[in-house]
Design a protein around this ligand. Sequence first.
Ligand SMILES: NC(=O)c1ccc[n+]([C@@H]2O[C@H](COP(=O)([O-])OP(=O)(O)OC[C@H]3O[C@@H](n4cnc5c(N)ncnc54)[C@H](OP(=O)(O)O)[C@@H]3O)[C@@H](O)[C@H]2O)c1
Length: 339
Amino acid sequence: MTLDTRSLTRRVFLLSGAALGAGILAGCTSTPPQDSSSAAPTNSAPNPAETTADGIRAQGDRYGIGQYNTQQVADELVWIDENVQPLKGGQQKRVLITGSTAGAGQLASAYLLKRGHTVVAHARNEQRAADARRDLPGLEDVVIGDLLDLDQTKALAEQINALGDFDAIIQNAGEYGLPDRELLNSNSLSPYLLTALVPPPQQLIYLSSDLHLGGSLKLNEVRSGDGIGYGDSKLHMAMIATAAARVWPGRRVNAVAPGWIPTLMGFHNGNISTPDSLRGGYMTQVWLAEGVEPGSGVTGGFLFHQQLDTRVNQLVHDSQAQEQLLAAYAERTGVPFPA
Ligand SMILES: NC(=O)c1ccc[n+]([C@@H]2O[C@H](COP(=O)([O-])OP(=O)(O)OC[C@H]3O[C@@H](n4cnc5c(N)ncnc54)[C@H](OP(=O)(O)O)[C@@H]3O)[C@@H](O)[C@H]2O)c1
């Protein structure tokens, strides 16, 4: 598999003069360690906490190395725990992150928690919710729903709405390597439903991928439920973001490509190394959600490492194509996109 195959020649331009997350990292107490994007697993995670939820015990060791996380993600969670300091100035936010039980979503959740923000996590089932409560101490709550099942996604939207207003929602959850019908539900229709059924917060962030470049609209497949490929789904994620940014000019809505990073998804199909920075893979979401650093007030953008990316599928900024996709979503789900 080649997930996000970026190189140093990547064409980007700075949103601001601010260095990458300089202000955010300045809040840390020590110099961050070398990124371990391609490092072999080394040391072990911290001791597991004896957390249970709804009678279900968290599984395995803390951070679930080899089970739902890589050693690199576990090491980064330890680094966050030991180094990240609260955001000063009382600018804390209330943030919901889908797919916060592993990988980039869990890292963004852990970072935002250490910064003093209020975080609501999302898990696919009760077992993964119990794991998240153990791995992410301090969560306000965990909402539950499997995005492969559209009825569960609708019920998830109701759970989210029952919790009241959020400042930011990060639609991070994503599947890889599943049959096309399942990818359509989890990576395209469910993010649409959560966008359409939950009142928009000030800040919305959608996890896309460089692989969106090879994606297509696939309107017939969306309408019929026949299914789409991963690249198509990541194009759709980016188009939901740019459509929402256009329809809701008062909100800040962006798509983010995290790069090819060493989460379990990054090592799918037996890859043994990943080229991009794990920290860079979640810091853009943190930076946007906090919205305090120069440049983080952007909207309608496709970003990589806090910079606008110029390598974007032309459909992403095509209003007519966005409208066609929203219409296909409405036809498939019966849920119109709110103006
Ligand atoms: N890793 C990369 O190199 C890469 C590159 C480009 C884009 N991305 C995108 O970045 C995002 C985060 O990926 P990652 O690398 O952090 O992957 P990951 O480690 O596999 O984590 C994915 C997260 O989404 C959750 N999730 C997946 N399917 C779900 C479903 N049907 N219902 C509820 N939750 C679900 C997972 O829950 P479980 O833990 O229960 O499975 C997990 O919390 C994804 O949208 C992915 O497509 C990743």
